[in-house]
Design a protein around this ligand. Structure first.
Ligand SMILES: Cc1ncc(COP(=O)(O)O)c(C=O)c1O
Length: 487
């Protein structure tokens, strides 16, 4: 990422062609930036760049400290014109190029860009450490690297306890968990499954894998999740199940959904891919419907790299899922396949990471809540911002802290805000594009709430490792971007 420096510091970094190596080293030492600029003594025009390594190489070659800097070998420096955008400058950096002088039309240094990894704020980074490493090492040292092993069993046991469910069956991803859940319920060609249109594509595409059709329903403003009042009109004689999604960590309104499902004899699969630890009326999500699924992709609340989990209280479903994820093989007769199955297993190595992650899930969720609390303080009073949903019956775990932008009051559009924040090293994501607008599902329908949320929403950096000062940086950047905010 690009970081610019104070202009006064530029003068401190400059030397002339007849400066000695000794003088150059003193200059570099003073600036503490590992480089000095050679400028013309009369015109102050930029002539070249010297880094620590150039001096080291000159000394090793036998040149002494009194050698003039113009006589040592230096690679051609990269420079940037003052008109160049920060995003363009950042593309000039490489392993070797870490400092770039920015020149005006007269070739004078007006600014300096240097690469600073710490300046980049990603949307979501996992927290992996010594414990994960130790358990993975154990898998490798013991040769238990495939999908049988103590960590698979341990991870499933810990996850079932965490969700308050009787059974937890690990899978290769959240998507394969959804696919298996649908197959276990016997959903097939010609069936219909109700899904919110505002979700990650896997909620809908897993339905399509079975040959069934996803039927889209709009969201409600209150929770950004499937609107229970609009579910009934989407039910047909072919409907077999509803998949509520707990989007961005806020639970869907489950009671009315369960009621509709009961009255219409439909199964409920909770897509809790983004909501580990979230609660609906003090009950952990995932364990409320017939089946719950989770994702452990790298940006999720806990991760195994790739991975997923199915939770259920139904022993028949659990048994069926276990068989289907293992090639549909009989549990009593090896290499005997009564059902068409899949290889959707999680490896022991991934499960080892999962065990280390679930051991600290309470502190991860606590950190997510603290991030949300701090954002709420920092963003308070900025016009045109809507905070993430928080119903009184819900524990939102704020997987990604996401807000809505109202262009008129904020001053610039959501997309322009994303661009400007990117220039400042702050990564954000627009909300998911509704499934009914995707090329694979282009149904021609309109779902106005989902479309509006999707066009106005963005997720802010939400890594568990984020410090208060980093959240403050995001909030002040957002304030700076808002042309309507009093500066
Ligand atoms: C709502 C939702 N459902 C399903 C999935 C699929 O999970 P995975 O990426 O582990 O396959 C995701 C993942 O991003 C998701 O956000």
């Amino acid at each position: 990422m690009v970081k610019k420096i104070d202009r006064n510091k530029i003068a401190e970094m400059c030397i002339f062609p007849d400066s000695t190596l000794r003088r150059t080293m003193e200059c570099i030492n003073r600036s503490r930036l590992g480089a000095a600029f050679i400028i013309d003594a009369q015109t102050s025009q930029f002539l070249g760049l010297v880094v620590d390594g150039d001096i080291r190489r000159a000394l090793l070659k036998g040149q002494d400290l009194e050698t003039k800097i113009e006589f040592i070998e230096r690679p051609e420096p990269k420079t940037a014109n003052i008109e160049l955008k920060t995003t363009e400058i950042s593309k000039l950096f490489s392993e070797r190029i870490r400092i770039i002088p920015i020149l005006d039309s007269k070739n004078k240094i007006v600014d300096v860009a240097f690469y600073d990894q710490r300046m980049h704020l990603p949307v979501a980074e996992p927290v992996l450490g010594e414990r994960e490493l130790a358990l993975v090492k154990d898998c490798i040292m013991s040769n238990w690297v495939s999908s049988i092993g103590k960590y698979v069993d341990r991870f499933e046991e810990l996850f079932a306890n965490f969700c308050g469910s009787k059974y937890a069956i690990s899978t290769s991803s959240g998507t394969s968990a959804l696919h298996l859940a649908l197959l276990a319920l016997g959903i097939h060609q010609g069936d219909e499954v109700i899904v919110p249109t505002l979700t990650f594509i896997a909620t809908a595409s897993s339905v399509s894998y079975t040959g069934a059709n996803p039927v889209f329903v709009d969201s409600e403003y209150k929770t950004w999740n499937i609107d229970p009042d609009k579910i009934e009109e989407a039910i047909s004689p072919n409907t077999k199940a509803i998949i509520p999604v707990h989007l961005y960590g806020h639970p869907a309104n489950m009671d009315p959904i369960l009621e509709i499902a009961k009255c219409n004899n439909l199964a409920v699969i909770e897509d809790a891919a983004e909501a580990h630890g979230a609660e609906y009326k003090a009950r952990k999500v995932g364990g409320i419907g017939d089946i719950g699924i989770f994702s452990f992709y790298g940006n999720k609340i806990i991760t195994t790299g790739e991975g997923g989990m199915i939770v259920t209280n139904d022993s028949w479903i659990a048994e069926r899922v276990r068989r289907l994820r293992n090639h549909g093989m009989s549990t009593t007769r090896r290499y005997w396949h009564p059902h068409l199955g899949y290889n959707y297993r999680l490896t022991n190595i991934q499960a080892a990471i999962g065990v280390a992650q679930i051991e600290k899930i309470e502190s991860i969720v606590k950190a997510k809540l603290e991030i949300a609390r701090h954002y709420a303080i920092g963003l308070k009073g900025i016009r045109g911002i809507t905070f993430p949903p928080k119903e009184e019956w819900a524990k939102n775990v704020y997987w990604l802290y996401s807000i809505l932008i109202e262009e008129k009051s904020f001053g610039i559009s959501r997309d322009e805000l994303i661009r400007q924040l990117k220039d400042m090293g702050i990564e954000t994501r627009p909300l998911f594009l509704p499934a009914h607008t995707q090329p694979i599902y282009h149904t021609g329908q309109r779902f106005m709430v989902s479309e509006e949320l999707a066009s106005r929403g963005l997720s802010l950096p939400s890594s568990v490792s984020m410090q208060h000062h980093e959240i403050d940086r995001v909030c002040s950047a957002i304030k700076k971007c808002s042309s309507k905010h009093e500066k």
